[in-house]
Ligand binder design. Structure first.
Ligand code: A3D
Length: 321
């Protein structure tokens, strides 16, 4: 079971991994791969991967290029078009929100491309600032809320799981975790939802170690940016987005932390925020309201306030574009 066509917008670091993995996993009969970068980044990367296909015994069919028409007929689109964070010469690291000025313009052209060539596609967006870029796509495209979502929570939860597994000395497969809220340094790891082998995390990891793990999780994206020196994390975000795409393609009813439109859930209206959601062939089939303690509720409200500020900036910028 696979879909007819998967569209990938952006052929940079994340886009390249998405193309290679989607081809290897045979997620779609055909892949549309688009990037504006000359001379023809998308076509070049697609050719490189296709020439490796015989070695991994897979058949790859694709349309790649600099124009949005290569996306025609895509049923699911994953969007990575946008500049990533990168370490400045003085060693500081920008916030994701500082990317908005540049990435909102890119997102406008992405929305126009989707509108023209695959208006009915289900969209998973990855470009930063995550929640505000998904909001921008919504404002321009008015996509039904089940068909538009952002990837961040799956990656942030994955980071939390990895750190807990290391500390507890167990397999990552034993650790369940949830990170909610906006995809910024105020994201909210939910300790009360963290389980190790089905048991409360506190049985395996001390309170002090958990405090440190949660702080590290909130800043984990910046840690990678700082170490790599150029660009930001790209393999783990691609895998996380493909997990979401597979839940949709295979109609899994899988609960994944997803940036979804809230209409009253968690006391939030009209914003896209990271929450647990059931993903299936409909896309975001249902938002689930986790039971949070008062500290977690307070932290979530703070994170949502940050998302609201950035979305207010989006509203102002869209009026001038
Ligand atoms: P990068 O390797 O720079 O690739 C981005 C690509 O977008 C480049 O190849 C550009 O040429 C291309 N691009 C720019 N404008 C357009 C356009 N109008 N149409 C099509 N393509 C265009 O970056 P990356 O792949 O590392 O990251 C992509 C985005 O994902 C950035 O905004 C990152 O900040 C973001 N990101 C998000 C997460 C999350 O967890 C949400 C994690 C890591 C990166």
């Amino acid at each position: 079971m696979s879909i007819n066509k998967l569209g990938l917008i952006g052929g940079g670091n994340i886009g390249g991994v998405l193309f290679a993995e989607a081809a290897k996993r045979r997620l779609a009969k055909r892949i549309g791969f688009m990037d504006i970068k000359p001379p023809d980044l998308a076509k070049g990367k697609a050719l490189d991967i296709a020439e490796g296909a015989p070695t991994i015994s897979t058949d790859i069919h694709y349309d790649a290029g600099k124009e949005f028409n290569v996306l025609e007929g895509s049923e699911i689109v994953i969007n990575t078009a946008g500049v990533p964070r990168t370490k400045r010469p003085d060693g500081t690291i920008p916030t994701r929100e500082e990317l908005l000025q540049t990435n909102i313009k890119i997102t406008k052209s992405v929305a126009e491309g989707i509108q023209k060539y695959c208006p009915d596609a289900t969209i998973i967006s990855i470009a930063n600032p995550l929640d505000a870029i998904v909001y921008t796509l919504y404002k321009i495209l008015q996509t039904p809320k089940n068909k538009l979502m952002g990837m961040a929570g799956q990656l942030d939860s994955g980071r939390y799981r990895y750190f807990v597994a290391q500390e507890a000395g167990v397999s990552v497969e034993n650790v369940e975790a949830l990170v909610l809220g906006g995809h910024g340094d105020n994201m909210v790891p939910i300790r009360s939802c963290c389980r190790v082998g089905g048991m409360p995390v506190e049985k395996f990891v001390s309170k002090e170690a958990l405090d440190a793990i949660e702080t590290r999780t909130r800043k984990a994206g910046g840690e990678v940016v700082g170490l790599m020196g150029i660009g930001s994390a790209f393999v783990s975000p691609a895998w996380a987005a493909l997990d979401m795409a597979e839940a949709i393609i295979y109609d899994k009813n899988k609960i994944i932390a997803t940036c979804a439109l809230l209409e009253g859930e968690y006391g939030v209206n009209g914003l896209f925020v990271g929450v647990p959601a059931i993903l299936n062939k409909e896309g975001v089939a249902k938002v689930i309201e986790a039971d949070l303690n008062s500290a977690e509720k307070e932290a979530l409200a703070k994170s949502v306030a940050g998302v609201r500020n950035t979305c207010d900036e989006v509203e102002a910028m869209l009026k001038t574009m």
